[in-house]
Ligand binder design. Structure first.
Ligand SMILES: C[S@@+](CC[C@H](N)C(=O)[O-])C[C@H]1O[C@@H](n2cnc3c(N)ncnc32)[C@H](O)[C@@H]1O
Length: 199
């Protein structure tokens, strides 16, 4: 899979990924990681765990990848066609404020995304998704109905899904991603959090 570190791009094969994983007591994978700050701060706060930021956009990941500790990886890939090297790796998968094909994939139950999610997560993994009202509105879904669609998608891969929780300005302000901060101070600070468990 394609990994970036600042301006450098390299390739990690399955054996290298497995060796990196062995050094950590658990792995979080953040899909649609944006600028990767969430993963960098996770990696700093839990040096014993690995954290992987995955996004389509290489340029956005560069700055955080340059200053992150060694227990963070920054992967350029499409969440709808996840790299095989990541199979069975994650104890926790986060998807924070998805848009574009990632959001549509969750709402429409895109088979590539769901198969990848199921394969990525190990047997007891938690999948933690936070959606925002503005992004859903752009895809013509009201917040609650969009959330229901995502719940149905996660159930279709056998996940047990908690009742979605509404999140507001205060929650967003404390949520450690760049997009959460932007939304917290914007015009539409509504969101919904969906937590699901596999296994
Ligand atoms: C609104 S941003 C949120 C970024 C970050 N999670 C945050 O909270 O700050 C949505 C991100 O999803 C990424 N994205 C959209 N579709 C994707 C896909 N199919 N695979 C990987 N990333 C995707 C975009 O490149 C963008 O960085």
């Amino acid at each position: 899979m394609r990994v970036i570190n600042g301006k450098t791009t390299s390739h990690m094969d399955a054996a290298e990924v497995a060796a990196w994983m062995e050094m950590h007591s658990g792995i979080t994978i953040d899909l649609g990681a944006g600028d990767g700050r969430f993963v960098r701060s996770l990696a700093k706060s839990r040096p014993d765990r690995g954290a992987i930021a995955l996004d389509l956009c290489e340029a956005n990941l560069r700055a955080a990848s340059r200053t992150a500790p060694a227990n963070a990886l920054f992967v350029v890939a499409d969440a709808l066609a996840l790299p095989d090297e990541l199979r069975g790796l994650a104890n926790r998968v986060t998807v924070n404020f998805p848009w574009g094909s990632l959001l549509r994939g969750l709402i429409q139950g895109e088979p590539g995304l769901l198969a990848g999610l199921a394969a990525l997560a190990n047997r007891q993994a938690v999948i933690d998704v936070v959606l925002n009202g503005g992004a859903l509105a752009e895809t013509n879904w009201p917040l609650e109905m969009g959330a229901e669609r995502v719940v149905a998608s996660l159930r279709s891969i056998g996940a047990k899904v908690d009742s979605p929780c509404l999140v507001g300005r205060e929650d967003l302000r404390d949520y450690p991603t760049t997009w959460a901060k932007r939304l917290a101070f914007g015009r539409d600070p509504r969101g919904v959090r969906i937590v699901a468990r596999l296994g």
